[in-house]
Design a protein around this ligand. Structure first.
Ligand SMILES: *Cc1c(COP(=O)(O)O)cnc(C)c1O
Length: 390
């Protein structure tokens, strides 16, 4: 073995010993919430396809038509020859949907977050991050030349104190709208108030709120009754509730133009396939037209919480499709996840470093396509486990 391989093998054994080694499971087939996983038929409670749009007939057909019209790949980045009419129309429709002057498509949410952090700050600036922000937001902070400052989760009092600690330069405050591992919603109105007082700019990553929260599915900012003056920078991903792929940043004309000119993770990467943009345009119409999907989701979440509470399970204060059950150690979380899989329920164990030490968990997520009997099976399986542990 080469020295490199020996060193890597050592690090891998250490991960294994700490029960933090991750294994990919192979999905052999998928129909709605049913998947064949490593040879076993399972109902999945771990997808981010919250509205069930990844397999929606109109979305699939738009994708097929898009591929026929445009081929498979975009062939270039947006600033060369990859920016097609489908992308441009989707940007207009997204901007209209989130009620902002413009939107800019990115090839993934990870890239969008890197662009916001690195183009809008430079040395002498500060980026304030909630401790539980998504890895891509934290990475954006590290990659920028600004000074990253983390504040305790959802603690606006602490944030205010940090902002007061005056300094020249721009202050960018960044938060998940819905926290991806806990499912709680950020205190957006308070964050916006603190930013207003301290002349800071608020940027919200609404990967898990877009399509799901708010009367029209515009997300956590809509739900909080805020507008673009309160949250000048809004990032949403399209691989979750929209069921497709990619992401966008929405905001003012100047913001979008600046990201186009300066966003390295916008400029130096291949544009999304235009067929994906076509599929997303169709998904956006479904989000607008089929409000029952959000209602169904809310109904499932409500029934789950009532049943889980009556089993004595400890739930987090979440009103979103993300409903984690904290189990503590890595080995417990792995054991429970394996036991559920034996019963045909697929919920992977989420362990550090994705979540803080000692908070390994099952991260249960719901989709509008879960049936009542899917939910019953989940509750039965969890009831069996909680009896075993008692
Ligand atoms: C999924 C996610 C991202 C990354 O989006 P991709 O399009 O999957 O790269 C960013 N932020 C949050 C909060 C997410 O949950």
């Amino acid at each position: 073995m080469s020295t490199l391989d020996l060193q890597l093998s050592d690090s891998l054994s250490a991960l294994e010993k700490a029960q933090r080694y991750r294994r990919r499971r192979i999905v052999a087939g998928r129909a709605g919430t049913s998947m064949r996983v490593d040879g076993k038929d399972c109902i999945t409670f771990c997808s981010n396809d919250y509205l069930g749009l990844a397999e929606h007939p109109s979305v699939v057909s738009a994708f097929q038509q898009g591929a026929r019209a445009w081929g498979v790949g975009s062939g270039a980045s947006h600033l060369i020859s990859g920016h097609c009419r489908e992308h441009h129309a989707l940007e207009d429709e997204l901007a209209d949907f989130v009620e902002r002057p413009r939107a800019l498509l990115f090839s993934s949410g990870y890239l969008a977050n890197l662009a916001v952090a690195t183009t809008l700050t430079s040395s002498g600036d500060r980026i304030f991050e909630d401790r539980l922000n998504h890895a891509s937001l934290l990475d954006g902070g590290w990659l920028s030349r600004a000074q990253p400052v983390r504040f305790p989760h959802a603690d606006v009092v602490a944030l205010r104190a940090l902002l007061t600690d005056g300094q020249d330069g721009r202050s960018l405050v960044v938060s998940d709208g819905v926290f991806s591992m806990d499912g709680d919603v950020a205190p957006l109105a308070e964050l916006a108030g603190a930013c207003r007082e301290h002349d800071a700019v608020l940027s919200v990553d609404d990967a898990h709120g877009f399509g799901v929260l708010g009367a029209n599915g515009r997300g956590s900012v809509e739900e909080a009754g805020l507008d673009s003056a309160d949250v000048p920078i809004l990032m949403c991903t399209l691989g979750k509730a929209a069921g497709t792929f990619g992401a966008f940043v929405a905001g003012s004309d100047a913001l979008i133009e600046y990201l186009i000119q300066r966003g390295r993770s916008y400029i130096y990467t291949t544009a999304l396939p235009p067929a994906v943009a076509a599929a997303t345009r169709s998904a956006l119409r479904v989000i607008r037209d089929e409000g029952w999907r959000r209602e169904r989701l809310a109904e499932l979440i409500g029934s789950f919480r009532t049943s889980a509470a009556s089993l004595g399970l400890d739930l987090l204060p979440s009103r979103t499709p993300i409903q984690p059950i904290i189990l503590g150690g890595e080995s417990t979380a792995l054991r429970v996840s394996d036991a559920l899989r034996e019963q045909g329920i697929w919920i992977p164990a989420i362990r550090p470093p994705t979540v803080p030490e000692g908070t390994s968990r099952l991260r249960i997520t719901f989709s509008a396509s879960h049936s009542d009997s899917d939910l019953e099976r989940l509750i039965e399986a969890l009831a069996g486990l909680s009896q075993e542990q008692a």
